[in-house]
Ligand binder design. Structure first.
Ligand code: TXA
Ligand code: MG
Length: 356
């Protein structure tokens, strides 16, 4: 049985937090909201708890976890040394949606780091996450609270879709703010490198460390244990195959509409995902088929914050609707949250990308 406890996202009550913190201390699994997505927490220094976490998610053991803490001082015990760059980034971005990869100390179990010599750490800003971490007074390993390869959860209902009965507690604090996962920045291997784009953008990072680079998603770097998301073929995926249409709007929308029409003519149940302003154009290019396809509105084209917040819920809605094929349009912006949104959509497409 999974216990669902509703909490006020801004002022979670002490009893609910104490109950969840006690569960973590005893080696239990607690899902909780962060500012990015819901995390599934386990006592990071308890290898048995961490193993239970991998089992609950169905996550391969070679994919390391992020350790969440509530104070910067806790990081010293988890790492061999804390570089000046980490302190500078912490001053600017913590608490918040940035994860730092640092050299690990002996205290961190191999189960957490997948045997790597580094550990990923972050101080989240969501009041529920902060209250839970402070009350538990532990480092908490927390991947996104979804089954492996499924879209990350931005609501408690998404956590239950995937993990009901497999975990002990869900703290339901409503919809998460950012909607996509934290930026992962590697500070342990020479040039500071963004391994996963997220809410803290490259430009923001460069105001603190001008030399930061973005790792190209295709770059396989031979660090085999480091199954960071770029190395995984299928990730953040709805159940139905998703094809992504990139490039100039007009030809991309025409290609999308033509492919969707062909699929519907062949009897497939079709899902369409696009920014609000493009949906009407797609409908008319498809000659308004009857019955209509299942359409999910990604949000206003230029409101990247809205799109990030809606993205995973939209992908999950296609599962509930039971579509066979999804045709999706991406956003063009590379700046701000654009890079993270484009990255997640590309992974959901798992290589099915049509470029106009
Ligand atoms: O926003 C987030 O980061 C959310 C919330 C819950 O904090 N967590 C999250 O965790 O997205 P997860 O496990 O779904 O993604 C963690 C990513 C993985 O891609 C993993 O490969 C990478 O961080 N990672 C963890 N430890 C690493 C390490 N030592 N070196 C390189 N990458 C690492
Ligand atoms: Mg995840």
């Amino acid at each position: 049985m999974t216990l669902v406890i509703r909490v006020d996202p801004d002022r979670p009550d002490r009893d609910s937090i104490a109950r969840a913190a006690g569960c973590l201390r005893r080696g239990g699994l607690v899902a909780f909201p962060t500012e990015t997505v819901y995390g599934l927490g386990a006592h990071a220094l308890d290898p048995v708890a961490v193993q239970r976490l991998f089992e609950a998610k169905g996550r391969p053991a070679n994919d390391p976890l992020i350790v969440h803490v509530s104070t910067f001082d806790q990081i010293a015990a988890l790492t061999r040394s804390v570089p000046a760059e980490a302190r500078a980034l912490a001053d600017r971005f913590w608490p918040g949606p940035l994860t730092l990869v640092l050299e690990r100390s002996e205290r961190v179990p191999n189960e957490v780091t997948a045997g790597l010599d580094t550990v990923a750490v972050r101080i989240p800003s969501h009041p529920v996450a902060r209250a839970l971490l402070a009350a538990a007074d532990l480092p908490v390993a927390a991947p996104s609270a979804n089954l492996f390869s499924r879209p990350s959860p931005t609501r408690a209902a998404h956590v239950l879709e995937d993990l009901d009965g497999r975990i002990d507690i869900v703290l339901d604090g409503g919809t998460t703010d950012v909607g996509v996962e934290s930026t992962v920045l590697d500070l342990a291997h020479g040039t500071p490198t963004v391994l996963r784009p997220g809410a803290v953008t490259l430009d923001q990072l460069r105001t603190v460390i001008p030399t930061v680079v973005l790792r190209s998603p295709e770059a396989a770097d031979g660090r085999t244990a480091m199954a960071s998301p770029g190395l995984l073929a299928r990730h953040y995926s709805p159940r139905a195959p998703l094809t992504l249409y990139e490039g100039r709007a007009e030809p991309a929308l025409e290609a999308l509409a033509a492919d969707a029409r062909t699929a519907m003519a062949a009897g497939s149940r079709v899902g369409i995902l696009a920014p609000r302003e493009e949906l009407e154009a797609i409908r008319s290019m498809m000659d308004r088929p009857d019955p209509p396809p299942h359409v999910e509105d990604l949000g206003a084209r230029h409101d990247l914050a809205e799109i990030a917040q809606r993205l995973y819920a939209a992908l999950r809605a296609f599962d509930s609707a039971g579509v066979d094929l999804i045709f999706a349009r991406t956003v063009s912006a590379e700046e701000g949250l654009g890079a993270a949104i484009r990255d997640r959509l590309r992974r959901a497409a798992a290589g099915r990308i049509v470029t106009s």
